[in-house]
Design a binder for this molecule. Structure first.
Ligand SMILES: [Zn+2]
Ligand SMILES: [Zn+2]
Length: 199
C-alpha cells in the first residue's frame, strides 16, 4: 500500500483544533473569521467587515436554578432556555405563592437549532452540512483538510504514541458515519462543496 493511502492519527485532540473558527457573521450571515487577538478573540467578517469582540453569546443557552423558597423553604427548580446573558430566573413558589428572581447557573451548548456553533460566540460554523441524519462539521479549513485526509485514507492507524485517554483522541471519537468506508465517495463530495463554499 502506498504511503498516501495510509492515515496515521497524530493523536489530535479536538481542543487542539480549537485555535480559530470560521463562522456565519451575526450581521450579514457571510463568512466571518474568529482569531486570537490580544489574549482574547476577535471576529471579523470577510463580507461586511463587521468586527466584534467576545461578550454576547449567540448560541444555545440554558439557565438552571435549584433553591429553597426564601419564604417557606419549599424546594424550587427550573431549567429553561434563555436569551443573551440573563443571569436571573423568576420562580413562583407553588407552596406559598412567593415570587422572586433567583441567580441561575448558565450553561452554553455547542448545538443551536440543529447546527454546530463555535465555543466563543456561539455562532453557526461556516463549514457544516447535513449528511443523512448526521451533521458533518469542521471548525476551520485545516480541520476540514484533516477530515478529508482521514476519509481518503484506505488504512487508518492510530498513532502509537497516543496522547491522553483513548476517548480523547479526535479521530477515535469521530462519529460512525465519518468512519464508515461506504460513505467515502459521498463524504469527499461534501467536503469539496464546503471547501469552495462562498456566499
Ligand atoms: Zn458580515
Ligand atoms: Zn414558598
Amino acid at each position: 500500500m502506498s504511503d498516501q493511502k495510509r492515515f496515521v492519527d497524530p493523536g489530535t485532540h479536538l481542543s487542539d483544533l480549537a485555535t480559530h473558527f470560521v463562522v456565519c457573521c451575526p450581521k450579514c450571515k457571510g463568512r466571518a473569521l474568529i482569531n486570537p487577538y490580544e489574549n482574547t478573540w476577535r471576529l471579523a467578517c470577510t463580507k461586511c467587515f463587521h468586527v466584534e469582540e467576545p461578550g454576547h453569546w449567540y448560541g444555545h443557552l440554558t439557565a438552571y436554578v435549584s433553591v429553597k423558597c426564601r419564604e417557606c423553604h419549599h424546594p424550587l427548580t427550573r431549567n429553561t432556555a434563555v436569551d443573551g446573558q440573563w443571569k436571573k430566573l423568576k420562580l413562583k413558589c407553588p407552596h406559598c405563592g412567593d415570587e422572586t428572581e433567583y441567580t441561575a447557573h448558565l450553561s452554553r451548548h455547542s448545538m443551536h437549532h440543529g447546527l454546530m456553533t463555535d465555543p466563543v460566540f456561539g455562532l453557526p460554523l461556516w463549514l457544516q452540512k447535513s449528511f443523512g441524519q448526521d451533521l458533518f462539521w469542521a471548525y476551520h479549513y485545516e480541520h476540514l483538510s484533516l477530515l478529508e485526509q482521514y476519509v481518503k485514507a484506505k488504512l487508518r492507524e492510530r498513532s502509537i504514541i497516543a496522547r491522553g485517554s483513548k476517548n480523547s483522541l479526535m479521530f477515535s471519537r469521530l462519529p460512525a458515519f465519518i468512519r464508515k468506508a461506504g460513505h467515502r465517495v459521498e463524504l469527499l463530495k461534501l467536503i469539496k462543496e464546503l471547501q469552495i463554499k462562498t456566499l
